[in-house]
Design a protein around this ligand. Structure first.
Ligand SMILES: Nc1ncnc2c1ncn2[C@@H]1O[C@H](COP(=O)(O)OP(=O)(O)OP(=O)(O)O)[C@@H](O)[C@H]1O
Ligand SMILES: [Mg+2]
Length: 154
């Protein structure tokens, strides 16, 4: 596993990187995103959806926990585990999503840590002193994501 860190100078840059990664994703891929409020997790997911050719607008799933999109190249399951900080992740049936032929993206992934499969891509988002910049740290688990990160992030 090799960590890669990149600096995103704008919202558009974060969307563009998400799009590039979305183009490379395969059925069953699991991505877990963490970082503070407003760090850019949903923004990145919007780009990812673009890369999956999903025409819908991606909205934050905070109140519903899971949003499903079926109109792209692969299904996208977008989850926000923020409200699971006091537990409850085991009741969501996440395994079914993770084992499916769609792509699963989880924001606030620390609250579903016990449910994760062996292979996944963790991305850590950090705000900076510059309000328009974000630092993204890629932590791939498994060969597939090792390769994807070196292809896309360099
Ligand atoms: N370089 C950047 N990359 C991503 N977003 C940026 C960047 N610079 C500014 N922003 C802004 O920061 C905000 C990021 O919000 P976003 O909803 O993506 O965060 P989040 O991590 O999903 O937050 P939450 O934990 O509340 O779900 C947006 O308003 C976006 O326009
Ligand atoms: Mg969000």
């Amino acid at each position: 596993m090799e960590m890669k860190t990149v600096e995103m100078d704008s919202r558009d840059a974060t969307i563009a990187l998400g799009q590039k990664i979305g183009q490379q994703l395969a059925a069953g891929d699991v991505l877990v995103l963490d970082g503070d409020l407003g760090a850019g997790k949903t923004t990145f997911t919007k780009g990812l959806a673009k890369g999956l050719e999903i025409p819908d607008i991606i909205k934050s799933p905070t109140f519903t926990i899971i949003h499903e999109y079926h109109d792209g190249r692969l299904p996208l399951y977008h989850m926000d585990a923020y409200r699971l900080e006091n537990g409850g992740a085991e009741d969501l049936g996440l395994e079914e999503y993770f084992d499916s032929d769609g792509v699963s993206v989880v924001e606030w992934a620390e609250f579903v840590a016990d449910e994760l499969p062996a292979d996944f891509l963790a991305i850590h988002f950090r705000r900076t002193d510059d309000e328009s910049k974000r630092v993204l740290e890629f932590e791939p688990h498994g060969d597939h994501f090792d390769q994807l990160v070196s292809t896309v992030v360099g």
